[in-house]
Write a protein that binds this ligand. Structure first.
Ligand code: AHR
Length: 511
């Protein structure tokens, strides 16, 4: 990495506000998402015959990278896919599982991989939590109840015994359930009005709690901050469901619009105001209903996604329903990774209300990990900010902080700060500061006022930055973009100072 010294130079200061209480970060903030979509599963996490495949066909090379990424909860099986899915197709003897149409992605579904395989895969990863979504598109309350009975009832009923006969004696004990997916979007199979959805979600939630009262239920919020129904949708849904749900979902995908890179790099500004808006709507509903129940945000789809690119075009044709064809295989740049780093900073800063989040998705499909069928698996650029944030912020608390510094003007969001940052205190007492310089041209002189307890610590600093922000990791050049260890910072008593190159994401860890 050459330290990009372009034309301008900005300044920013960061200080932990030690007077204020810190916020514990929920492990679920580092979740991801595996949908039956493209090569997410088939030739992604599951590829029998691959040189690294285990006896169940799970790619060990992919499992190693997933562990290194540090993901916690996995949302499954969709996404748009879930709104046409029959969960029963994916359980029982493989040879009798049907091949189906997946209308969401105009694909075929072999059902070779289903609920048991997902649970087994998570157990092999280390027991990660499964967050299961139910189909409220083509199906409804009864099928959700059946799935819950199959998963969580220990034994002695038709469906719990079927699970046991299928090889899983103990219940799956799934705690977190999504009541459908993106039901506000007209692309969703079985799309509903806010009133219709709120009614169905509420009745389903009440009935699910009759089986298992302490579930964590996620009701669908808006598919993006820019949905025409945003705000009204949340208000209507919460009005009906407030007491019976624990989470309201948010989804957001970012990409440059009309080549406006400056605004794209500041996507964190939109995520920040999206969360602030939804937090206010939750508070308003709570006050209006006179409730003392708490509803949190599950930001269960977020990432950079080039939705208009060729890679995101679904197959076409009445006779063309390929299983596991490449879809949504965005190859991420260094600039995309900086945006992802900023989105992570934004999620951390809102850890008081965002108690769960899922990077969408995990392997091959808009993913931090890529694979070649029969070949290697490698890290995309966006892998790095996620892995480092998870490494230092899991089990930690977010510290209140004061930030000041130079601002600049961009067309989409007006005047915004050049940098954005968050600090966490680890359970081991360490301090980590994550900071992004989202400006296209200016480097920033960044200084951290060190709390007294951190002044004698050892600092490790690394930065993601490339002079060519379009640099990417590919099959041929898998480590073109990596984190760069820095030695060029200064630690003088009560301050740590360093230069942040333009379009960069940095982590400072004081252990
Ligand atoms: O993650 C890709 C798709 O984005 C999901 O299936 C859907 O929920 C969202 O629109």
């Amino acid at each position: 990495m050459a330290q990009g010294q372009r034309n301008h130079r900005g300044r920013a200061q960061f200080r932990v506000d030690e007077e204020q209480e810190s916020t514990p970060i929920d492990d679920r903030l580092f979740g991801s998402f595996v949908e039956h979509l493209g090569r997410g599963i088939y030739s992604g996490i599951y590829e029998p015959g691959h040189p690294t495949a285990d006896e169940q066909g799970f790619r060990r090379d992919v499992m190693d990278l997933v562990k290194e990424l540090g993901v916690t909860t996995i949302r499954y099986p969709g996404g748009n896919f879930v709104s046409g899915y029959r969960w029963e197709d994916g359980v029982g003897p493989r040879e009798s599982r049907p091949r189906r149409l997946d209308l969401a992605w105009h694909s075929g579904e072999s059902n070779e991989f289903g609920l048991h395989e997902m649970r087994d895969w998570l157990d092999k990863l280390g027991g990660n939590e499964l967050m299961e979504a139910v189909n409220l598109g083509t199906r409804g309350m009864q099928e959700a109840l059946d799935l819950l009975e199959y998963c969580n009832v220990p034994s002695g009923t038709e469906l719990s015994e079927r699970r046991r006969a299928n090889g899983h004696d103990r219940p799956f004990n799934i705690r977190m359930w999504c009541l459908g997916n993106e039901m506000d979007g007209d692309w969703q199979i079985g799309h509903k009005s806010a009133e219709e959805y709120a009614d169905l979600a509420n009745r389903t939630a009440v009935a699910m709690r009759m089986i298992d009262p302490d579930l964590d239920l996620v009701v669908c919020g808006s598919s993006s901050h820019t949905m025409p129904t945003f705000g009204l949708w949340e208000r209507t849904v919460l009005e009906r469901c407030f007491e019976n749900v624990n989470f309201l979902s948010c989804h957001a995908y970012y990409a440059p619009k009309d080549g406006d890179m400056a605004s794209f790099l500041a996507s964190g500004v939109d995520m920040d105001s999206f969360i602030t808006d939804v937090k206010a709507i939750i508070a308003a509903s709570r006050a209006r209903l006179g409730s003392d129940h708490q509803v949190f945000i599950s930001f269960d789809e977020w990432n950079v996604w080039y939705q208009d690119a060729e890679a995101s075009r679904s197959p076409e044709g009445i006779g063309n329903w390929p299983v596991g064809a490449p879809l949504l295989e965005d190859v991420y740049s260094a600039a995309d990774a900086v945006v992802v780093g900023d989105l992570l900073i934004t999620l951390l800063r809102h850890a008081d209300v965002v108690h769960a989040a899922s990077l969408a998705q995990l392997v091959n499909v808009i993913a931090p990990i890529m694979t070649k069928p029969g070949g290697p698996a490698w890290r995309q650029t966006i892998f790095y900010p996620f892995a480092l944030t998870s490494r230092y912020a899991r089990g930690a608390s977010v510290l209140k902080s004061l930030q000041s510094g130079d601002t600049y003007e961009i067309s989409r969001y007006g005047r915004v700060p050049m940098t954005d940052s968050a600090a966490v205190r680890g359970a081991d007492g360490s301090l980590s500061v994550f900071v992004v310089n989202r400006n296209l041209d200016s480097s920033v002189d960044f200084s951290i006022a060190l709390p007294e307890q951190d002044r004698d610590r050892q600092a490790t600093v690394s930065t993601l930055h490339e002079d060519d922000p379009s640099a990417r990791n590919t099959l041929e050049d898998q480590e073109r973009v990596v984190m760069h260890a820095r030695k060029d910072f200064r630690m003088d008593g009560d301050a740590l100072t360093l230069q942040l190159p333009p379009i960069s994401w940095t982590v400072i860890h004081l252990a």
